[in-house]
Design a protein around this ligand. Structure first.
Ligand SMILES: NC(=O)c1ccc[n+]([C@@H]2O[C@H](COP(=O)([O-])OP(=O)(O)OC[C@H]3O[C@@H](n4cnc5c(N)ncnc54)[C@H](OP(=O)(O)O)[C@@H]3O)[C@@H](O)[C@H]2O)c1
Length: 249
């Protein structure tokens, strides 16, 4: 947790004249990232089904379902070329394997993986990538440290990580970069839902395993902006684990 003893030392990024697209905009990580991109002077194209609690002249929000191919086609056709994207749309739906159904699996895979591939497909078809774009996928620490009940979520995130490399290979002439961030627990709506479903006691036990506390959306926003910026120009096809020391202990 960020407290008075652990103030976030915010890095500043200059994104003047740059355009970025972000999905999962209404989520905790999405909103924190949009704020930071706007602070840096970027033009932002965002999407989620819900509207956003912020407005800005450089923020162009399009409400819609990312799993709806027709919607994505029209949305991508309507935007200018971009210098990168953040794929932050995601859903979790934990469930023991014996209660899984193909329908439930498809729903999670659709948001977390298929729609990411479809989005990139549209961006390529419509020639929307500027040269030297930098792109970020929000994966999860669970892709390498799975949890009980995570069969479809962990698989979809692992697939996303491998896909990011395929994308870089296919966009070699555009010199596109793509990196993944793999956070452990971050304090967003996803976390709040977890607290609602599980007992507070279990959650407290889990949080005690983080030497540096659980993450704040701003921790992610900083790392995302670093990955989008030229400060990370030599970093490509990596997955950055962000876990407050959780995996270490
Ligand atoms: N929070 C964590 O502890 C944590 C840990 C590891 C990884 N992650 C990953 O981080 C990313 C961001 O999550 P968050 O923590 O910010 O969670 P969140 O607050 O639950 O946000 C999820 C976002 O995905 C969007 N979304 C879901 N289904 C969609 C659909 N069909 N069409 C369009 N948008 C859709 C939601 O927007 P609408 O509901 O408005 O459509 C929302 O903006 C996710 O990919 C998640 O898997 C989170």
């Amino acid at each position: 947790m960020l407290g008075p003893d652990r103030i976030l030392a915010a890095a500043n990024f200059d994104f003047t004249g740059k355009r970025f697209l972000i999905t999962g905009a209404s989520g905790g990580i999405g909103i924190a990232t949009i704020k930071k991109l706007l602070e840096g002077g970027a033009i932002v194209y965002s999407n989620s089904r819900r509207d956003l609690p912020i407005e800005h002249k450089r923020l162009h929000h399009q409400q819609g379902d990312i799993t709806d191919d027709e919607f994505v086609k029209d949305w991508i056709a309507s935007i200018e070329n971009i210098d990168g994207f953040v794929y932050s749309a995601g859903m979790i739906d934990p469930r023991p394997i014996r209660f899984e159904t193909k329908e439930k699996m498809m729903k999670v895979w659709d948001v977390n993986y298929f729609s990411a591939v479809s989005l990139v497909s549209q961006l390529i078809k419509k020639k929307k990538f500027n040269k030297f774009s930098s792109n970020v996928f929000i994966s999860s620490i669970s892709a390498k440290a799975p949890y009980i009940g995570g069969s479809k979520y962990v698989g979809s995130k692992a697939a996303l990580e491998v896909f990011s490399k395929v994308m870089v290979m296919e966009l070699f002439d555009k010199k596109a970069r793509a990196n993944c961030l793999a956070p452990a627990m971050v304090k967003t709506e996803m976390y709040e839902k977890g607290v609602d479903k599980g007992s507070q006691e279990l959650m407290d036990e889990h949080i005690a395993k983080y030497p540096f506390g659980i993450g704040e959306p701003e921790d992610l926003a900083q790392a995302i902006c670093f990955m989008l910026s030229d400060a990370s120009r030599w970093i490509n096809c990596t997955t950055l684990t962000m876990d407050g020391g959780y995996l270490m202990i």
